[in-house]
Structure formats: C-alpha cells, structure tokens
Design a protein around this ligand. Structure first.
Ligand code: GEK
Length: 245
C-alpha cells in the first residue's frame, strides 16, 4: 500500500483566473505536504509546541489551538500532556479541515480529551486556558481584527498561562523584505515547487495572508498586557513567539 501523503499540485498548471486562496477540500487533501514544503521550520515548531504545552499546562484547564487545520499542533500537545482533566479545544472555520481532523482524531487514542469546533476564531469564547496556540493563523485575520483576538486570548488565559504565536514575517525595509521573500522561494524550489507554482501561490495569497513585522508582533503582545514576551524560533521569514500572562 502506498502511504506517501498526496502531493500538493494545486498551482502546478497555469490557471486562467487566479482566485484568492481558500482552505477548501482540494487544499485539505494535500495540506500536510503543502505546509511541510512551504513553511520553513514547520516540523520543528510543531514539536516545540508540544514541549512548551507540557511545561505550561495546568490540571483542569483548557488548551486551545486556534486555526488548527488538521490538528498537527493539537496532536503534538496531546501526545505530551500528562496533566489531569485538561481539554484541548481545536478551532478552525474551514468545514473541510474539521471534517478531516475528526477522522484523524478518531484514530488517535491519547487520553487527553479533544474537542473540535468548526467556528470563526472571532466568535469563539476562550476561558480557563493554560495554553493557547495560534500557529500561522493570525496572518489570515483582517488587520483591524487582530488586536481584539489577542485581547480575548489574554483575557481567557489564567495567570501564568502561555500563548504561542507563529507567523510569516514582513520586513520594514523593502530590500530586506525582498531578500527574505527570495530566500523563502528558494526554500520552496528546493522542496520541488516550480517557478509557476511559486508565482501563482504568491498571487493567490496576496490579499489573504497579510504578514506583519517582528517588531509589530512583539510590541502588540506587550501592549496587550503579557508580562513576558520572547521570540522563540525563526527560520527564514517565519517566526514564533511566546507570551506569558
Ligand atoms: C498547523 N495551525 O498545522 N477562524 C478560524 N480558523 C481560521 C480563520 C478564522 N477566522 N482564518 C483562517 N483560519 C495549523 C496551520 S493554516 C496556515 C494553520 C497555513 C484557518 C484556516 O482555515 C486554516 O486551516 C488555518 O487557519 C491556517 O499548525 O496554511 O499557512
């Protein structure tokens, strides 16, 4: 039996009309291949999220994965959690993602309860949390709604709880920004994407994925009220931060 995950070929042929990227059924089928070949350091941060969650999780609290896709971060945490009565709540607003995630969760027999929610992060209530993860998802939220989400995350975290945020970064100076974008494209090319695939995906994401600078993220997290805020990982123009309440 061939167990290789289906390969991402979504942008391999010239498309007559480029529509904005969306997390539909076609994307779900190839998602693990797509994200591993497109996001530098993805497997490292997924592993790190499990380790950090194990460190910060407290008994009888909630652990959130906001924009969970197929649950890579949720499952990394689930496989490491040892605290009693924790519940993982995994949220995504793409129905196709949550349907597929439910099948994945059925095959995973770790003991920590996991609830999946097909919902918009903007509408989800966050309470009694010891760990909250947003792994490459804030970048898809309209700029004007980002602060409200971070404030909701801060309010829903218990004292001493942690928020892990991963994002694609923009750089303030045009030349630096272009250099990092070029290096990211070189990374994708080395992982088998053609120039056409890279160019079409870039256009499809243009209005959908809006990256911000590292400075903006750090400052906003501090202004939201977090007492400790640190970058914890970066690979090319993709970075992760930890913010502790
Ligand atoms: C991982 N965290 O594998 N509400 C809920 N979900 C949303 C919203 C929203 N408003 N906007 C986007 N999403 C994952 C990877 S992918 C990142 C996250 C990427 C969801 C969207 O449906 C998609 O599943 C996810 O956020 C972003 O660790 O593909 O670059």
């Amino acid at each position: 039996m061939d167990t290789k995950p289906p390969q991402d070929k979504i942008f391999a042929s010239p498309l007559s009309e480029l529509v904005d990227f969306s997390f539909d059924e076609n994307v779900v089928d190839v998602f693990p291949d797509m994200i591993n070949r497109s996001v530098p350091g993805y497997s490292t941060i997924i592993n790190l999220i499990g380790i950090i969650a194990q460190h910060y999780a407290k008994p009888a609290t909630h652990i959130y994965d906001l924009g969970c896709s197929l649950g890579a971060a949720s499952l990394s945490m689930r496989h490491r959690l040892t605290e009693d009565n924790c519940k993982i709540i995994s949220v995504d607003n793409a129905e196709a993602m949550i349907e597929r995630l439910n099948k994945i969760v059925q095959r995973d027999n770790s003991k920590t309860p996991m609830q999946t929610l097909c919902a918009d992060i903007n509408d989800v209530t966050i309470s009694n949390a010891s760990v909250i993860v947003m792994n490459y998802t804030l970048q898809f939220i309209p700029l004007e709604k980002r602060q409200a989400i971070l404030s909701k995350i801060y309010d829903g975290l218990n004292q001493g709880g942690c928020f892990i945020l991963s994002e694609k970064l923009a750089y303030p100076a045009e030349q630096e920004n272009e250099m990092l974008i070029d290096l990211h494209h070189a990374f994708k090319k080395a992982n088998g994407y053609s120039d056409l695939e890279i160019a079409q995906k870039r256009s499809a994401l243009e209005n959908v994925l809006i990256p911000e600078t590292k400075e903006t993220h750090l400052q906003r997290l501090k202004e939201t009220g977090f007492s400790q805020v640190f970058p914890i990982f970066q690979c090319l123009n993709f970075a992760s931060f930890i913010a502790v309440k």
